[in-house]
Design a protein around this ligand. Structure first.
Ligand SMILES: [Zn+2]
Length: 172
C-alpha cells in the first residue's frame, strides 16, 4: 500500500506514542465529568491550552465551535457518559468570521458544480458563520442554556482563545 506523507506521519507517530503508552486502563466516561466544545482550527491545542489530561474530558470540535452543530455529541456526552459541565471556546481569527452562508453556497457552486449546490439547498445546510466573536460565544451559551436537551444543572461557560497570545479569556 502506497502511503501519503500524512499517512506515514501517523505510522511513525503511533510507533513512538505506543512505545511509552501507559494509559490503557482509563475508563470510558471522562473522569472530570466535563466537555470542551471548541473550533477545529489547527492552531488550537485543547489539551495544552485548556489543561486537559488524557481521560479527563470530552473534546468536541467543529468549524466555529458551534453549539448547534455539536448538539448530538453534547447529548451523548451528558446523557450516556455522565458529563456535567460545558466549557465552550471560540477563538480570534476564526474562519467563521470571514464569510456568510451565501458566500459558501456560491463557492460550492463554483468549485463542485450545480448538482452539489442543489444538494446543499435540499439539505438546507447552514454553515453557521458568525460576524461577531464575543456575541457568538454568548449566543451559543444561551442556545445551550435554553435547550430542553441540556439540563439546568449543567454549568456552562463561554470563552475566547486568542491565537495570537495563547491566552484563553472568559466571556460569559
Ligand atoms: Zn475557528
Amino acid at each position: 500500500m502506497v502511503a501519503t506523507p500524512v499517512q506515514r506521519n501517523v505510522e511513525s507517530a503511533s510507533a513512538r506514542y505506543a512505545a511509552s503508552f501507559d494509559k490503557g486502563h482509563l475508563a470510558l466516561p471522562p473522569s472530570k465529568k466535563y466537555l470542551v466544545l471548541t473550533c477545529m482550527d489547527a492552531r488550537i491545542d485543547p489539551a495544552q491550552a485548556f489543561g486537559i489530561e488524557l481521560g479527563d474530558a470530552h473534546v468536541i470540535r467543529n468549524a466555529g465551535a458551534s453549539a448547534v452543530d455539536a448538539l448530538r455529541s453534547v447529548i451523548i456526552s451528558q446523557q450516556l457518559l455522565g458529563t456535567e459541565e460545558i466549557v465552550l471556546v471560540k477563538h480570534t481569527g476564526c474562519g467563521m468570521l470571514t464569510f456568510k452562508n451565501a458566500d459558501a453556497y456560491q463557492i460550492v457552486r463554483e468549485r463542485l458544480g450545480e448538482a452539489a449546490h442543489a444538494e446543499l439547498q435540499e439539505r438546507k445546510l447552514d454553515f453557521l458563520p458568525f460576524p461577531e466573536l464575543e456575541k457568538a460565544v454568548a449566543d451559543d451559551v444561551d442556545f445551550l442554556k435554553q435547550s430542553r436537551l441540556v439540563p439546568d444543572s449543567i454549568a456552562i461557560s463561554g470563552w475566547v482563545y486568542e491565537v495570537e497570545t495563547g491566552q484563553t479569556r472568559r466571556v460569559v
